[in-house]
Write a protein that binds this ligand. Sequence first.
Ligand SMILES: Nc1ncnc2c1ncn2[C@@H]1O[C@H](COP(=O)(O)OP(=O)(O)O)[C@@H](O)[C@H]1O
Ligand SMILES: [Mg+2]
Length: 367
Amino acid sequence: MTAGAGEDAFGDDSFGGDSAVTAEFVAGDGDIEASLRPTSLDDFIGQPRVREQLQLVLAGAKLRGGTPDHVLLSGPPGLGKTSMAMIIAAELGTALRLTSGPALERAGDLAAMLSNLVEGDVLFIDEIHRIARPAEEMLYLAMEDFRVDVVVGKGPGATSIPLEVAPFTLVGATTRSGALTGPLRDRFGFTAHMDFYDPPELQRILLRSAGILGVQLGAEASKEIAGRSRGTPRIANRLLRRVRDYADVRADGIITRDIARAALAVYDVDQLGLDRLDRAVLSALVRSFGGGPVGVSTLAVAVGEEPSTVEEVCEPFLVRAGMIARTPRGRVATAAAWEQLGLTAPPEAAAGGIEVRVNEPPQGSFD
Ligand SMILES: Nc1ncnc2c1ncn2[C@@H]1O[C@H](COP(=O)(O)OP(=O)(O)O)[C@@H](O)[C@H]1O
Ligand SMILES: [Mg+2]
């Protein structure tokens, strides 16, 4: 069954908000997400290499009694970047100060944040690729020398006042590490690339969440939900909540495999976990552009979305699922994409004649 891959879904131009499988944070996720967040490295399921490497970075710093290198966490939404930032502070036994790139519009916003830091604090900047230029330049000096130059006044009378900043660890999170400027990227001592989770890991996450929420979730049912979670813990946890509603209202509260299947059909989540935007992108690529190649911005216009949403939210999973290939000339639908839409792929796609480039990022790297 490819539930809901029907045409009717494609006409609607508002995606995301009502989709059960958007990886982005939506209102209503808040309190529950907080209760489901892993709180220590041992509690964190999956990403074994990132975990091992971070463990060493943190233990090394503790041993020397200093602050660890600045850490950059990159990867698609919902994979645990914010959770990991909180874990870093918790493991260091220090406070976490939280802000985001878009909130740091002026250098003064960042200066205020920095001057309030206490030695050892972790400063978490979410969506760090969206930081404004003047704040970014101030950050360079803060990261390197733990000081900033605050400019007072304008024009020829302006003076710059040096300000000490307590030694801190910056943790940056980004869905687009490619959008970071070279100088900013270079100032992170450790970069962790979070990758999609495999189904057994998602199953473990689901069983853990079920335990916290007091939900009875069978092993087969957890497998069913895991398989449709797009490799993303945030989606897995959200689907679990939707399935729980169904089990509570229409059954006896116990989530069996059949209950999970029936609930997921109601929420229009197909077996691969593709949502309406994914299906719209695939449909546009195949039906409007004959399978490509087509540029991502053209594709975005065709589905009425921002290019960044298509590129950062939708595409990583479609590439991972083997539906879309990135080629030098644009995006191309694979044979699997045609099949997903119930169509026969043209010979060049079916024969794998298109150039497929798989750019698997390394799990973690020291720069
Ligand atoms: N490794 C993990 N183990 C258990 N739960 C996880 C894990 N990673 C993420 N989650 C769950 O997914 C939710 C979203 O994670 P979050 O850290 O906010 O992702 P990101 O910041 O990358 O968008 C968290 O609230 C948590 O419940
Ligand atoms: Mg986050």
